[in-house]
Ligand binder design. Structure first.
Ligand SMILES: NC(=O)C1=CN([C@@H]2O[C@H](COP(=O)(O)OP(=O)(O)OC[C@H]3O[C@@H](n4cnc5c(N)ncnc54)[C@H](OP(=O)(O)O)[C@@H]3O)[C@@H](O)[C@H]2O)C=CC1
Ligand SMILES: N[C@@H](CC=O)C(=O)O
Ligand code: NA
Length: 358
C-alpha cells in the first residue's frame, strides 16, 4: 500500500450517498488498482487501515465498520492521519457537516484533494468560500503535492452542472442568467401534484410518497423550506462571481405552512400537513386558470445580481413544466454563439489536459 502511485482515499459519511459511493468505489477499484481505501468514518465510529499495510476491504467495509470499536475521528485527527500518508490523498466528504466543511482549507493546504456533495462548504460564509478557493488554487508543491477540489454533486446530483458552468467561465463566456429546478424532492412533488395534464394528487399525499420513496431529506421540512435550493443557487451565483453573503440575502419562499413552522418533529409535521392541502390546491388552481402549471424554481439574474427561489407559474410548453420523476434541469443563458462555442469546447478540454499534466 505504500507505493508512490497509490491514491489514498478517506471517506467521511456512510449514509444514503456514502453507501452508494463505496459500492461504486468497489467497482472502480477493479479497473483502477492503485486505489487504497484508508478510512471510513461515521458520526459515532470509524475504521482505519494500518498505515502502509493493508487497505480496508471494499467488499466487507459495512460489516467491518459495524464491528469497529473505534470512535469517530475528529476533523483534526483525520487531517493528521492523512498527512502521515505519502502524496495523493483524497478526502471524500459525504456528510452535511459544517465542521468538516470548515476544515477544507486545511486539507487543501496540506495537498489533500477533496471530493464532496456537501453544500455547506460552498454556501455558508463568503469568507469560507474564498478561503476554500484560494487553497484549491495553490500551485503544485514538490513536498505536499496539490489538493484539487471537485464538488459536482453539490448542485444537481450527478448532472454535470458545475463542470459546465466552470467551463463556460474559464473559456471567457458571459453567463447572463441561470434558471432551473434544483431539488429532486421539489421536482417530484410538483410533477405529481400539478402535472401538465391537469390531474395530480393531494399535496400532503405526494409529500408522503416522496418521503417513502427516499427523495426527501429525513425531515421533509428541510426540502420544503426552500433552503436546500437556496444553497445550490448561492453556489452557482458565487461561481459566476457574485459575492452572495448567504442564503438569507435574497427571497426564498418556504412551502411550510406558518402554523406548522413550530411543529416539534418531522412526524407531527407530516401528520398535520393534510390540513393545509386546500392552500396548495388554491396555488395549483390559480395557475390552471391561466393555462399554466406551478413549479418550484430557482434563478440567478447575473446582471441585476438578483437571486430568487420560489413558486412560478409556467407555460405548459416550458422545459421545466415537462419534467418527470425527480429530475433536475438547469438552463444557462450565455453570450457566445457559433464557432466561439466550439472553440470553447476545445479550450475547456485543453484546460483539463494542462491540469492533469502539471
Ligand atoms: N441524498 C441525496 O440524494 C443527495 C444528497 N446530497 C448531499 O450529500 C450529503 C450526504 O447526504 P446523505 O447521504 O443523504 O445523508 P445521510 O444523513 O444519509 O448520511 C450522512 C452521513 O454522514 C455521517 N456524518 C455526519 N456528520 C459526521 C461527522 N461530523 N463525522 C463523521 N460522519 C458524519 C453520518 O453518520 P451516521 O451514519 O453515524 O449518522 C452519515 O453516515 C449531504 O451533504 C447531502 O446534502 C447531495 C445531493 C443529493
Ligand atoms: N434533498 C435534496 C437532495 C440533495 O441535495 C433534493 O431533493 O434534491
Ligand atoms: Na451536479
Amino acid at each position: 500500500m505504500s507505493s508512490v502511485n497509490q491514491v489514498y482515499i478517506a471517506v467521511i459519511g456512510a449514509g444514503g450517498v456514502g453507501r452508494h459511493f463505496l459500492s461504486q468505489l468497489s467497482v472502480l477499484s477493479h479497473k483502477v488498482p492503485n486505489i487504497s481505501l484508508v478510512l471510513i468514518s461515521r458520526s459515532t465510529k470509524s475504521l482505519r487501515a494500518s498505515h502502509r499495510t493493508t487497505p480496508l476491504s471494499l467488499e466487507t467495509w459495512e460489516k467491518d465498520l459495524e464491528a469497529s470499536t473505534s470512535p469517530a475521528l475528529t476533523v483534526d485527527q483525520t487531517l493528521k492521519f492523512l498527512q502521515e500518508l505519502p502524496d495523493k490523498r483524497v478526502l471524500i466528504d459525504n456528510t452535511s457537516s459544517q465542521d468538516v466543511a470548515d476544515a477544507y482549507p486545511a486539507f487543501l493546504n496540506h495537498g489533500i484533494s477533496i471530493v464532496t456533495p456537501n453544500k455547506k462548504a460552498f454556501s455558508s460564509t463568503l469568507d469560507l468560500w474564498h478561503s476554500i478557493h484560494e487553497s484549491s488554487y495553490r500551485p503544485y508543491d514538490p513536498y505536499l503535492g496539490r489538493g484539487l477540489l471537485y464538488h459536482e454533486s453539490s448542485v444537481g446530483a450527478g448532472l454535470p452542472i458545475i463542470s459546465t458552468l466552470k467551463d463556460l467561465i474559464d473559456t471567457g463566456d458571459t453567463v447572463r442568467r441561470i434558471e432551473g429546478v434544483f431539488s429532486g424532492t421539489m421536482s417530484f412533488l410538483f410533477n405529481n401534484f400539478a402535472p401538465v395534464d391537469g390531474k395530480g394528487g393531494k399535496w400532503s399525499a405526494e409529500v408522503r410518497k416522496a418521503k417513502e420513496a427516499g427523495f426527501t431529506e429525513p425531515d421533509p421540512r428541510d426540502d420544503l423550506n426552500g433552503v436546500d435550493v437556496a444553497r445550490k443557487l448561492v453556489i452557482l451565483a458565487r461561481l459566476v462571481g457574485l459575492q452572495v453573503q448567504s442564503t438569507e440575502s435574497f427571497p426564498v419562499q418556504s412551502l411550510i405552512p406558518v402554523e406548522l413552522e413550530g411543529a416539534e418533529s418531522g412526524e407531527v409535521f407530516m401528520e398535520r400537513l393534510g390540513e393545509f392541502d386546500k392552500q396548495m390546491d388554491e396555488v395549483k388552481n390559480e395557475a390552471v386558470l391561466e393555462g399554466k402549471v406551478v413549479r418550484f424554481v430557482g434563478s440567478v439574474d447575473v446582471g441585476r445580481r438578483a437571486l430568487k427561489v420560489g413558486l412560478e407559474k409556467l407555460d405548459k410548453a416550458h422545459p421545466i413544466a415537462g419534467l418527470e420523476g425527480s429530475d433536475n434541469i438547469v438552463s444557462f443563458y450565455t453570450e457566445s454563439a457559433g464557432g466561439a462555442v466550439t472553440a470553447m469546447g476545445v479550450t475547456a478540454d485543453l484546460i483539463k489536459v494542462i491540469q492533469r499534466v502539471s
